[in-house]
Ligand binder design. Structure first.
Ligand code: KIV
Ligand code: ZN
Length: 529
């Protein structure tokens, strides 16, 4: 029995950070990074993790399978188009989960049917019927989405979803794929579907909204008010183009205004801030400072009047307590003389279990930082561990660097870069500034002609000795890659971020090249009529 069947006011949180979120330009997570995020999503208490699109690439398949095998708690879903091969791949990837789900989709808008699918309404009905039936042969928990539904004919969409329900779909998701709808329109669309497809009352209705007009959360909320009990969302609002509805905004809206709305979720809100930081670090996507809930300024007060009010009584200018999203994590502190056991214990309190070689690596890095910083806070530890313990093979890594900089000479950098085959190459460059010189020297060493698109530096915790966190977005042959790096030394943090972004872009480029080669190969083998 789903929580919704037990309690009609319970909203299921379906997290798609690892699927739709991973489709954000420049993001390329490797399987171990995806697993780390999925473990954190389980701690956050999401109900369903959409772990990926298994047919898309061997890496996607491997990640979904690892998550299905190792992450306990949430339902693990794999996405599939209506093709048999997609559904087979999705099933093979999720079948080892305690609670697997197949999520299959096909467009119902005429724009998509005519131009993208080059098909007909009648054929799409048949495809939906066959896909749900095939998925149902594997597992009871099947979700069906009529893609681009909000630009489709409502009568036709209702027919297609009734077919999916008749074939056994247990969740019907109504995507606003291109972020086009408005709250009152979306609510009316869902209301009409309830009238036209009576079976909709017997399954879970889900909402999936994109943020092209900045309405993803408002539209999702309107959908919940219209009767939906599953909301598809992503941490930090990641997703195709302008992104998906942001998980933290939906969860905190329902929690903060619970008395007025009357809906609940199973989310552990105290895990929100940490989840947001982890996703930002691993994806290389920085969170804008004024982002609701998780932006750096979301709980900051600049004006004197506001500060005065909050000092007298917090609720004068705050509708949420920062601790309710876990922003008190800075309270845990380690001194420079702390040993391995203390570090292990502190990391365990943060939900990060490390042992053996991983603990040695973390301890070495902790000592380096502790030598430069009086106190290492929980946020520092978390940043360090995410920065250091991720699997980065095969990829580029910054082995060492030398920078000569002065106000009288152009800065010159020499770097050692470990290449994906494990060998080390060096490169030198005289640049406009020390960081520019390091970035170009990395290009020389790696033999890549990457172009910097974005660069950003943030302090992790306060104080003069704060750890610096850098974010880089670069472009390599038309493909973007994002990365982050952490260190007390900004040049080192920038170099680390740059090689990560380069690795991500190179990985994406080789996946694109492989797909192109496979298409060309298939075309050669298919005889022309
Ligand atoms: O936006 C969309 O339509 C999707 C579907 C695959 C659900 O992401
Ligand atoms: Zn989507």
């Amino acid at each position: 029995m789903t929580p919704v069947e037990q309690d009609p006011s319970r909203v299921l949180i379906f997290d798609t950070t690892l699927r739709d979120g991973e489709q954000s330009p420049g993001i390329s997570l490797n399987p171990s990074e995806k697993l780390e995020i999925a473990q954190q999503l389980a701690r956050l208490g999401v109900d369903i993790i959409e772990a990926g699109f298994p047919i898309a690439s061997p890496g996607d398949f491997e990640a979904v399978q690892a998550i299905a095998r190792q992450v306990e708690g949430p339902v693990i879903a794999g996405l599939a188009r209506v093709h048999v091969a997609d559904i087979d791949a999705a099933w093979n990837a999720v079948k080892d989960a305690a609670r697997p789900r197949i999520h299959t989709f096909v467009s119902t808008s005429d724009i998509h049917i005519e131009h993208q699918l080059q098909s007909t309404r009648e054929d799409v009905k048949g495809l939906a019927r066959a896909a749900v039936a095939h998925a149902k042969g594997y597992v009871d928990d099947v979700e069906f989405s009529p893609m681009d539904a909000t630009r489709a004919d409502v009568e036709y969409t209702a027919e297609v979803i009734q077919i999916a329900i008749d074939e056994g779909a247990t969740t019907i998701n109504i995507p606003d794929t291109v972020g086009y709808t408005m709250p009152h329109e979306y609510a009316a669309f869902l209301g009409r579907l309830y009238e036209l497809a009576p079976g909709l009352r017997d399954v879970v209705l889900s909402v999936h909204c994109h943020d092209d007009l900045g309405l993803a959360v408002a539209n999702s909320f309107a959908g919940l008010m219209a009767g939906a009990r599953q909301v598809e969302c992503a941490v930090n609002g990641l997703g195709e183009r302008a992104g998906n509805a942001s998980l933290e905004e939906i969860v905190m809206l329902l929690a903060t205004r619970q008395a007025a709305i009357g809906l609940t979720t199973g989310a552990v809100t105290q895990e929100i801030a940490r989840t947001s930081r982890m996703v930002s670090r691993l994806t290389g996507y920085a969170v804008q400072p004024n982002k609701a809930i998780v932006g750096r300024n979301a709980f900051a007060h600049e004006s004197g009047i506001h500060q005065d009010g909050v000092l007298k009584e917090r609720t004068t200018y705050e509708i949420m307590d920062a601790t309710s999203i876990g922003l008190d994590a800075n309270s845990l502190v380690l001194g420079k003389h702390s040993g391995r056991a203390a570090l292990r214990q502190a990391l365990a309190e943060l939900g990060i279990e490390v042992d053996g070689q991983a603990l040695n690596t973390a301890f070495k890095r902790f000592k380096q930082i502790a030598d430069k910083k009086k106190q290492v806070t929980a946020m520092d530890l978390e940043a360090l561990v995410t920065d250091e313990l991720r699997e980065e093979i095969p990829s580029y890594a910054l082995a060492w660097f030398d920078v000569e900089a002065s106000s009288r000479r152009s800065p010159h950098a020499t770097v050692g870069v470990t290449l994906p085959d494990g060998t080390e190459a060096t490169g030198s460059f005289t640049g406009d500034g020390p960081i520019d010189a390091v970035f170009h020297a990395i290009n020389v060493a790696s033999g890549q002609d990457a172009k910097l698109r974005e660069f950003r530096v943030d302090a992790i915790s306060g104080g003069q000795d704060a750890l610096g966190e850098t974010s880089v977005v670069l472009e390599l042959g038309g493909i973007s890659g994002a990365g982050q790096g952490v260190s007390t030394d900004i040049i080192e943090a920038a170099g680390r971020a740059y090689v990560r972004a380069l690795s991500n872009a190179a990985r994406r480029r080789s996946v694109a090249d492989e797909a192109e080669a496979a298409t060309a190969d298939a075309a050669k083998r298919t005889p022309t009529p």
